[in-house]
Ligand binder design. Structure first.
Ligand code: ZN
Length: 780
């Protein structure tokens, strides 16, 4: 390995030396010819300056050029001849071609020495130079155009813009005319030199076309035809190259070939892409910052163009079934916000009326009844309204996850949250249990709406699991329309600060040890055992936009993680995933239900959250940041990872509704579903999930077919049992493409699913170079 590196280094060294040698050869060859050429130019210039009336300035110019020239000629080490010295007014294209192909310099033309003097030289851009040659018929002198070319090329073709042209001359020719205001020019020297007679008349009038050329300019004009017989530089070697030289040329060839291979080139050249038939100046873009989404998902739109009628017809012919009675699962909703605000208000009022003397809370050393709590807040049941409840997200919550979290407090009071929205309070969460049951019965009444409620386990102590399980069991919280997910708030730093935990491992232990215990021996936690049958997923929640320390290879292990900082998202995700993976293997081996990893990811924050969950998660909530990473978006598409998206929630927190990528993802065929996230804070109606669909359908013009496809996706993504899925979307739902569809259940036409399936297979074959092996069944 080492010798190989040394060889490589030696090869590079030899190559570099060869290039240097070849450059030297080339240099020496051209040197004599250039010298000759330069002398000719010098002679010609002397001739002109003698005939001029303004000898002073011209001589000065001559001196300058000589001085420069001498300096250059003495510099033997210069690797390439500086031809700009000689061809000060060569037009741009020639200049770009380098020193070898030099022509187009009018022989009698005074040299424009501003080019050699720092800033002014830099301003002479090639484009302007060629522009000056485009108009050979303009009466102005070539020298004037050369000056003009230094600045203001944008106005070259728009002579009407006199003010700008004036400016141009003022910059290059400070003392141009007596009736012009004295303006400063950064390039003082250039002004002095440019104080020649050449363009003064132009400057005064400001109109290039109206001027009468003065004698000197006319003299130059008369010489213009000499463009044609200008001395051309011929430097191609006449002698046969020596073997050494041939060797050098071969190395140079290789260098050029290497460059060809390495340097970026467009696959289709601009001139092949665009044929220009209009010779006039290209029109400026009147609105350069206008955004129009790029031609996205053309295949889907093409499919719609061809088949939308057939799809609609197929839906019409599916008896009984329509959007209202296809099953749709709210794939992402937090339990403590699962009721809408009106529902919570009604519940609080009824409790205040029916159970005013129930002791509900222990505060400041005393037990308080519900009535006393409201008295302490100076509130009566009659005062309460939705506005006073103030749990709804508003403008103040946008990009403020902290303020959004505060909205969980009814009337801004944490004690009301504790009484009504917590399950581990003085009344053992009885009120929350009751309101949950009401929500369950609403769901059951709707029959076709299901929900997966996410409920928190914090990892502060191991008994949390048993508390929650007993709350579920004692309140008989069970519904055919509901399954549960456990959400773990990423709050290590908070517990660490409070002294509840010493290391990150404590949290992992508190979360996973009870689960392993109950899996190994169900008798150890019987209530938890029955509750776990209803738990289908594990979630990670918190504000993803919080700054976090980027994960590195060398991070402390969880038991070494004793510092005060919160681990990064990926750290949480990995350890939850890894422990859950082991747990699931164990549960599977015992014939128990498994728990899928379904975290919040890509709602905000770094893109690496989505990379992490791509590798670890069954499906995710949100994923709106996939819009920022085409590669990850494509990967999520290919893997058909479910996205439980909540555009109304995003609209309250992180992303305006009209910017939400949901419609784009849907068109592209990502596995997307609609979910409510937090009905308490976000939705206004009794059916928050239908509200979510309704707004999406209106804003994004989703058809009935689209809505039914999204509803079908939601069942796919959900953790409901195989039996229920079979019943809801068809007995062969697990098969890919149209084979897995039953339009009588889903109201999704086969045409739509066949289209999705074909496009997806094409993409898979593309990525696997035609060798993709695609199983007939979807991923488990
Ligand atoms: Zn959420």
């Amino acid at each position: 390995m080492d010798t190989y590196t040394v060889h490589l280094a030696m090869a590079a060294l030899v190559g570099a030396s060869l290039v240097a040698v070849s450059a030297y050869y080339m240099h020496r060859k051209t040197l004599s010819q250039l010298l000759e050429f330069a002398k000719t130019v010098e002679r010609e210039r002397e001739d002109i300056s003698e005939g001029e009336s303004l000898q002073h300035s011209m001589k000065r110019r001559g001196q300058l050029s000589r001085r420069k020239g001498n300096g250059y000629y003495r510099r033997g080490s210069a690797s390439l001849p500086d031809v700009t010295v000689i061809s000060g007014v060569i037009d741009g294209e020639e200049k770009r071609n380098g020193p070898i192909h030099v022509d187009g310099i009018p022989a009698g033309l005074p040299r424009l020495h501003t080019l050699h003097e720092g800033k002014s030289g830099g301003r002479g851009t090639p484009v302007k130079r060629s522009a000056s040659l485009i108009r050979p018929t303009t009466p102005k002198s070539p020298s004037a155009s050369a000056f003009e070319s230094i600045e203001g090329s944008d106005d070259e073709d728009d002579i009407i813009d006199n003010s700008k042209l004036d400016d141009t001359y003022l910059h290059t020719n400070g003392n141009a005319g007596p009736n012009l205001p004295d303006r400063s020019n950064a390039n003082g020297e250039a002004i002095q030199i440019a104080a020649s007679s050449m363009i003064r008349t132009h400057s005064i009038s400001g109109d290039l076309h109206g001027v009468q050329p003065d004698p000197i300019a006319a003299d130059i004009l008369r010489k213009e035809p000499e463009h044609e017989n200008f001395a051309r530089l011929k430097i191609s070697p006449s002698e046969v190259p020596s073997p050494d030289e041939v060797e050098v040329y071969v190395v140079l060839q290789e260098c050029l070939e290497m460059r060809k291979r390495y340097v970026f080139k467009e696959a289709v050249a601009p001139w092949e892409k665009e044929v220009i038939s209009d010779p006039s100046t290209p029109k400026p873009n009147p609105n350069p910052f206008f955004y129009a989404s790029e031609g996205k998902s053309d295949k889907f739109n093409l499919h719609l163009m061809l088949n939308v009628d057939k799809e609609f017809l197929a839906q019409k012919s599916a008896p009984h079934r329509d959007f209202y009675n296809v099953r749709k699962v709210d794939t992402h909703v937090h339990h403590s916000a699962c009721m809408n605000q009106k529902h919570l208000l009604r519940f609080i009022k009824s409790k205040l009326r029916k159970e005013p003397d129930e002791v509900v809370i222990f505060r400041d050393g005393t037990y308080l009844t519900l009535k006393e709590v409201f008295e302490s807040l100076d509130l009566t049941g009659y005062d309460l309204n939705v506005d006073l409840l103030d749990v709804h997200a508003d403008k103040s919550t946008f990009h403020r996850f902290d303020k959004f979290n505060l909205k969980y407090n009814p009337c801004g009071q944490s004690r009301l949250r504790e009484i009504f929205l917590k399950q581990d309070n003085l009344i053992q969460g009885r009120f929350l249990g009751e309101v949950t049951k009401q929500v369950f019965s609403d769901l059951a009444a709707s029959k076709y709406q299901m929900a997966e409620y996410r409920i928190s386990i914090y990892g502060r102590k191991q008994s949390e699991w048993d508390q929650m399980a007993s709350w579920i069991v004692n309140n008989e919280l069970y519904s055919e329309n509901v399954v549960w997910l456990i959400q773990i708030p990423r709050l290590y730093n908070v517990y660490k600060e409070m002294g509840i935990v010493t290391s990150f491992q404590n949290i992992l232990d508190n979360i996973f040890i009870p689960l392993f215990e109950v899996t190994v021996d169900p008798d150890s936690h019987p209530q938890l055992h029955v509750f776990l049958k209803q738990i289908v997923g594990l979630d990670l929640v918190d504000d993803e936009s919080k700054p976090e320390r980027r994960p590195t290879k060398h991070m402390p292990t969880p038991d070494q993680w004793t510092n005060v900082f919160n681990p990064a998202f990926s750290y949480y995700a990995y350890y939850c995933y890894a422990n859950l993976y082991t747990l699931n293997k164990l549960r599977e081996s015992k014939g128990m239900t498994t728990i899928k990893f379904r975290p919040h990811s890509g709602e905000a924050g770094d893109i690496d959250h989505l990379a992490t969950t791509f590798l670890t998660a069954h499906n995710i909530a949100h994923g709106i940041n996939l819009r920022k990473s085409p590669v990850l978006q494509y990967l999520y598409y290919l893997a058909q990872i479910g996205l439980a998206m909540s555009p109304l929630s995003n609209n309250s927190l992180f992303l305006d509704y009209h910017r939400n990528p949901f419609p784009m993802f849907f068109l592209r065929g990502l596995n997307v579903s609609l979910s409510t996230d937090d009905p308490l804070q976000i939705h206004l109606t009794k059916e928050p999930l239908v509200e979510e669909y309704s707004v999406a359908a209106s804003v994004w013009k989703l058809s009935s077919c689209d809505l039914c496809e999204i509803a079908r996706n939601s069942v796919y993504q959900s953790g409901f049992s195989h039996a229920l899925k079979s019943h809801w979307i068809g007995t062969e739902y697990y098969k890919r493409g149209p084979a897995g569809n039953n339009i009588h259940r889903t109201n999704v036409p086969h045409i739509r699913l066949e289209f999705r399936d074909r496009i997806w297979r094409e993409e898979m074959q593309l990525v696997y170079l035609g060798k993709a092996i695609i199983p007939e069944e979807v991923d488990k």
